[in-house]
Design a protein around this ligand. Structure first.
Ligand code: SAH
Length: 287
């Protein structure tokens, strides 16, 4: 085998690969030490073991971590005590720090020469306003990087036993914001009613009655399976499953804690056979 082929990590199965690539830290190895940097890091949906290695590494070397409400306590406990922790909020209708102030704070810290991690729930580019934060950084000439995270749709669906796509049931999946601007809704409801498509509504708890009503009015089967996943991937995960007709009453009749994700489509019915999470107890191995 030539040296070139042995470089390919997938050909080194069984051998312990030299992890040189992962030792480089573009934030801490900034050649200009007076210049700070920001890493916009996705923390995943809650289970700390769903953090990427890159997220974990950057967290370990951060001087300041700005995080919002969606970042789980277990993940916060992984942040070294040497790092300054700043809670920048984000609760429905109760933003602890307005978005433009968060953006400006990131710039200020970087200009002070700090190594900053902006830690966000899930993936920073999926309903995370990550784009706005790095636009400000880019305009200010601050060096930044973006680390993707497991988005709530992937995490919650996996831990609820709902495959978002399936050759027999869903050839596409659509991520939609359920944070509706007004009750009549400016979403393309007719487009959502397609055969073999899974819909995932983020921020959909408050708008759930409107979402169900609009989908049925647009022609979706009233028996379409729906699941609401509360606190997905955490030990408090709870799944309420029903149909477009029943889900609102089912959710109303029990305690459901935010954050919640709504999954709509035939794939939801597979859960009755594929739910695995109760059989694999979560281990707090990182704490
Ligand atoms: N950037 C995030 C989404 C932020 S919007 C991501 O990629 O996941 C916030 C919404 O995400 C919540 O209202 C909820 O719909 C969803 N969400 C995030 N974490 C969740 C969790 N652990 N369980 C259920 N829903 C979650």
């Amino acid at each position: 085998m030539s040296d070139r082929t042995s470089d390919a990590p997938w050909q080194r199965i069984g051998a312990r690969p030299a992890p040189t690539r992962y030792r480089k830290n573009p934030v801490t190895q900034n050649p200009n030490s007076s210049e700070g940097e920001v890493a916009l890091v996705g923390a995943g949906p809650g289970d700390p073991e769903l953090l990427t290695l890159k997220a974990w590494r950057l967290i370990q070397s951060a001087e300041v971590v700005l995080y919002d409400r969606l970042v789980s306590a277990e993940i916060l406990s992984l942040i070294p005590e040497t790092a300054e922790l700043v809670h920048v909020g984000k609760q429905r209708a109760n933003h602890t720090l307005p978005q433009d102030q968060i953006n400006n704070r990131l710039v200020e810290l970087a200009l002070q020469g700090k190594t900053v991690v902006r830690l966000k729930g899930g993936d920073p580019f999926i309903f995370g306003r990550g784009g706005e934060e790095i636009e400000t950084l880019a305009a200010a000439g601050v060096r930044f990087q973006v680390v993707p995270g497991i988005t709530a749709a992937s995490g919650c669906a996996a831990y609820a036993g709902i495959p978002l796509t399936h050759r027999d049931h869903a050839q596409s999946v659509r991520f939609v914001t359920g944070h509706l601007k007004n009750d009549t809704c400016d979403l393309p409801w007719n487009d959502f009613v397609q055969n073999n498509q899974t819909l995932v509504f983020y921020m959909g708890l408050v708008g759930l009655p409107v979402i169900c009503r609009q989908l049925m009015a647009s022609g979706m089967s009233v028996d379409m399976p729906v699941a609401l996943v509360s606190r997905g991937t955490t030990p408090e995960q709870k799944v309420v499953a029903g149909t477009l007709t029943t889900i609102v009453d089912l959710v109303d009749s029990q305690e459901v804690e935010p954050p919640t994700l709504v999954i709509i489509g035939h794939v939801v019915a597979l859960r009755s056979r594929l739910d695995w999470v109760a059989s694999v107890p979560m281990q707090p191995i990182l704490s």
